[in-house]
Ligand binder design. Structure first.
Ligand code: P53
Length: 495
C-alpha cells in the first residue's frame, strides 16, 4: 500500500443531517428545516411544507421534478416531523463524537457550517456570536486531537429568509450575503481551519429547497441565473479566502456522477458526453478553469438565455479557481441515446441497470472500479489534488443480541473502494490527498430523510420518527477503520 504519509483519513457529515438544534443558540430557519422525512424502500418521497401565494397550506414533493410555484414559501408546520430539527444531535454530542473520531485515529473531519447559525436570516449585518462560538469550540476540540477540520461552507442550507424576501440565489444580492458569511468565518477561524469547500454537490443545486428560487422549470432563465450566482459566489469566496490567509486550501465539491454509455453505438457515446457535461463537467470546468466553457455558452444561446453579468465578473471567475477538487462518489450510472429498460437508483439520480454490478438495498449500484476511473479522469483532466469527501454504503444495521453491530457489508464496500484508491495512487500516479467516507457517525439520509439508511462507523440510537436515546455505539467497522488508519492502509494489503 502506498498512501502518502500525511494522507487525510477521516469521515464526513453535514449540519442539516447531523447537527439538530435547529432553533437553538440563535439559529435561524433554513429551507432544509422545512423538509419532511420519507421512506426510500417504500417510495414515499420527502415533502416540503409550503404556503402558496393565496395563503393555502400544502406540501410539495421535494425534488427535481417538482416546481415551486411563484409566491409560494416554505414553512414549518407543527403537525409534521422534520428530521433536520434534532437529526442525530451533534449540537449536544460534539465532544463525545469528536472523541470517538479521535479514537478511530481520524486525521480529518469534514463538517459543514450552518449558514443560519452564523447569520440567522442570511442578510443580517452582524453575525450571531453564539453560532460562531459553537464551531470555534468544535474546531479547537478537533485540533487538540490532531484532527484537521475540513469545512463545507454550504451544504444545501439556504436561509429561508433569503428565499422569502429576495427570491433566493436568482437575486445577485445573495452573492454578497454569502461572501459576507464566508469572509466572517474565514477571519474568525483563521489559523484553525485550513481546508474549506464552497458548495456541496454544486452540480445539484437545482431546486427551491437548496437555492430558494421558484418557477425553476418553466422559467429556465431563473435557474441559469441562480447557478451563475452560485458559481460567482464560490469564486469570490475562494479569492476572499486566499486574501485572508494564503495558507487556506479552498476547494469545490461536486457529486461525481460517473456515467457509462450503454453500448459502443456512437449515438450512445455522444449521448453520454452530452449528459456528462450538464451532470458534472460544466461545474468542474468553471471552478477549475475560471470561465464558462464554449458548450455551455452555446447551449444558453440556443435556449435564448442571457446571463445578467457585471463588468468584473469574468475576472472574478478567473481569480476564483479552486485549490483542489472534493467529490462524492457512491455509484456509477448507465446512459443511453434511447433509454429504455429497467432503471436503477443512485446518488441524486438513477440510470439504466448495469448487469455487471450488484446493488445496495436502496438500489444503488456498487462500483469500486468506477472510483478508480473517476480519480483518473479528474486528475488527468484538471491536474488538481483530489479529495474523496463522500463515499459509503447506506444500509440497515441491526443490533445483535450481544449488543454489537456486525456491519461486515459496510467493511466490504469501503475496503473495495480503498483498494481502488490505492491503485489510482500507486499505479496511475493520481494525487489523492484524502478520504472522508460519508456519515461517519450515523445521520439522516438526504435523499429519503430516513434514519435507517445508515452509513456510520458509529451507530446512533434514533429511528425514522425521531424516537431514540441518541446513544452512540461503535460498530464492527469502527474497529476495522481504526486499523486501516493506524496502518495507513497496509492492513488491506493482499486482500
Ligand atoms: P443519501 C440526494 C439528495 C441530496 C443529496 O445520500 C444527495 C442525495 C443522494 O441521495 O447526495 C449526497 O443520504 C449528499 C449528502 C447525502 C449523501 O449524498 O440520500 O452530499 O448530503 O447524505 C448520501 O443516502
Amino acid at each position: 500500500m502506498s498512501f502518502p504519509k500525511h494522507f487525510l483519513w477521516g469521515g464526513a457529515t453535514a449540519a442539516n443531517q447531523y447537527e439538530g438544534g435547529y432553533l437553538s443558540g440563535g439559529k435561524g430557519l433554513a429551507i432544509t428545516d422545512t423538509i419532511t422525512g420519507g421512506d426510500g424502500l417504500n417510495n414515499i418521497p420527502r415533502y416540503m411544507t409550503v404556503q402558496l401565494a393565496d395563503g393555502t397550506k400544502t406540501k410539495l414533493e421535494r425534488g427535481f421534478n417538482t416546481e415551486m410555484p411563484a409566491g409560494a414559501i416554505a414553512y414549518v408546520d407543527p403537525d409534521y416531523y422534520y428530521p433536520s430539527h434534532v437529526a442525530t444531535d451533534f449540537y449536544h454530542h460534539w465532544k463525545e463524537d469528536i472523541a470517538l473520531l479521535a479514537e478511530m485515529g481520524f486525521k480529518a473531519f469534514r463538517l459543514s457550517i450552518n449558514w443560519t447559525r452564523i447569520f440567522p436570516n442570511g442578510d443580517d449585518k452582524i453575525p450571531n456570536e453564539e453560532g460562531l462560538i459553537f464551531y470555534e469550540n468544535i474546531f479547537k476540540e478537533c485540533l487538540t486531537y490532531g484532527i484537521e477540520p475540513v469545512v463545507t461552507l454550504n451544504h444545501f442550507d439556504c436561509p429561508l429568509h433569503l428565499a422569502t424576501k429576495y427570491g433566493g440565489w436568482e437575486n445577485r444580492q445573495v452573492v454578497d450575503f454569502f461572501t459576507h458569511y464566508a469572509e466572517t468565518v474565514f477571519k474568525r477561524y483563521k489559523g484553525k481551519v485550513k481546508y474549506w469547500m464552497t458548495f456541496n454537490e454544486i452540480n445539484f443545486l437545482r431546486d427551491y429547497s437548496m437555492i430558494g428560487i421558484t418557477e425553476e422549470k418553466s422559467n429556465p432563465q431563473r435557474l441559469a441565473q441562480a447557478i451563475y450566482h452560485v458559481l460567482l459566489a464560490s469564486a469570490k469566496t475562494v479569492k476572499i479566502g486566499h486574501d485572508i490567509d494564503s495558507q487556506n486550501q479552498i476547494g469545490m465539491m461536486v457529486a461525481y456522477m460517473l456515467t457509462y454509455p450503454q453500448t459502443c453505438n456512437p449515438d450512445d457515446i455522444w449521448a453520454d458526453m452530452d449528459v456528462s457535461k450538464d451532470l458534472r463537467d460544466f461545474y468542474l470546468d468553471v471552478q477549475c478553469r475560471g470561465y464558462y466553457p464554449s458548450y455551455k455558452l452555446k447551449e444558453l444561446e440556443r435556449q435564448g438565455i442571457t446571463l445578467l453579468k457585471e463588468s468584473d465578473d469574468d475576472q472574478l471567475l478567473l481569480d476564483g479557481i479552486v485549490d483542489y477538487i472534493g467529490f462524492s462518489y457512491y455509484n456509477s450510472l448507465v446512459t443511453s441515446s434511447a433509454p429504455e429498460g429497467d432503471s436503477t437508483g443512485g446518488n441524486q439520480m438513477g440510470g439504466l441497470k448495469n448487469p455487471y454490478l450488484e446493488e445496495t438495498e436502496w438500489g444503488w449500484p456498487i462500483d469500486p472500479i468506477g472510483l478508480r476511473i473517476a480519480l483518473n479522469r479528474l486528475w488527468n483532466t484538471y491536474q488538481k489534488p483530489l479529495m474523496i469527501v463522500e463515499n459509503g454504503l447506506g444500509a440497515k444495521d441491526d443490533i445483535a443480541e450481544d449488543g454489537h453491530i456486525y456491519d461486515d457489508y459496510r467493511i466490504d464496500y469501503l475496503q473495495k473502494h480503498i483498494i481502488e484508491m490505492e491503485k489510482a495512487i500507486s499505479l496511475d500516479g493520481v494525487d489523492l490527498i484524502g478520504y472522508m467516507p460519508w456519515g461517519c457517525i450515523d445521520l439522516v439520509s438526504a435523499g429519503t430523510g430516513e434514519m435507517r439508511k445508515r452509513y456510520g462507523f458509529v451507530y446512533v440510537d434514533m429511528d425514522d420518527s425521531g424516537n431514540g436515546s441518541l446513544n452512540r455505539i461503535p460498530k464492527k467497522s469502527f474497529y476495522w477503520y481504526k486499523k486501516v488508519i493506524e496502518t495507513n492502509g497496509e492492513i488491506l494489503k493482499g486482500i
